[in-house]
Design a protein around this ligand. Sequence first.
Ligand code: NDP
Ligand code: OXD
Length: 307
Amino acid sequence: MALLYTAEIDGARALVELLHRHPSIDLRIWPETGPESEIEFAVVEGESPVDLRRFENLRGVQSTWAGVDRLLDDPHVPAQVPLARMLDEDLTRWMSEYVVFQVLDIARQGIELRNAQSNKAWLEQRAGPPKPEIGILGLGELGTNAARRLAGLGFSVLGWSRNPRLLAGVECHAGPIGLRPFLGRSGILVCLLPLTPRTKGILNTALFADLPAGASLIQAGRGPQLVEADLLHALDVGHLGRAILDVFAQEPLPRGHPFWSHSRITVTPHVSAISRPGMGAALIIENYRRAIAGEPLAHQVDRELGY
Ligand code: NDP
Ligand code: OXD
């Protein structure tokens, strides 16, 4: 029984060394697989560099990314083999920091202050700007942590998920019926949804229309959730105030893309929470054990739901 590591090695030396030294793991590093029938577990990045269907005894696959949308669409990852996504406290903390940083920049009028400085204008403010309510699409690992941190800063926070949730200090809404009342109060909308058939294109004109006038969007989920032309329109007619985008349908964002130079759009290059190579050693080791024991994996993806 062996574990095949196919993810990036540079930067993950410590992880690879740890797996190598682990007494119960027989580590193989792609493309040195050894006898293919011995491979029972595979560690992969956003996409698999190898057709995993050739390993007839494969019992589990661990993603080194939190979002598994590409792996779910990858024919090289056999659908009957359990797949687990990455979760890591550093990743969660980075995402929350990003969300807090961008929310504060919007709430404290960062763009207006930077513009004023570039015009050498003294933008005097007698009263602080009103505190917007924050709506978080997706109350999973990332959304929940971000919601808690924002609530801790005194923001009024709403959240939206598929199933009803109870979260202290957060007004929770669920399902299609809960979406409108949630959006109607979301002065800053943060998207932390996984990409699934139901969330593809969810950030569109109809959704924007339900947001309060002047609302802002922080998009850190996955690029195809956003209908790009609809966002440009909503910003250009003034219904939306700002958009901060970390993920895009095409990454890297092409140089000629209108988002780069739009005065109300901030582009960050998929850095809100970085899945650092080498992250999640404990999860990989535990899931390897579970796969061999025939137990469900920790953070196993539900293929029907797509996350
Ligand atoms: P989780 O699987 O823990 O949570 C997903 C949340 O989305 C859950 O609350 C779930 O509802 C909700 N959800 C899913 N589908 C729907 C739907 N149709 N309607 C309403 N709610 C829905 O994911 P994480 O929080 O760990 O991560 C979220 C996403 O963030 C990842 O899938 C990835 O795409 C993205 N990401 C982006 C990164 C970046 O650098 N920009 C880094 C890491 C992740 P319920 O609670 O009811 O299941
Ligand atoms: C992601 C990640 O899913 O970086 O975007 O883990």
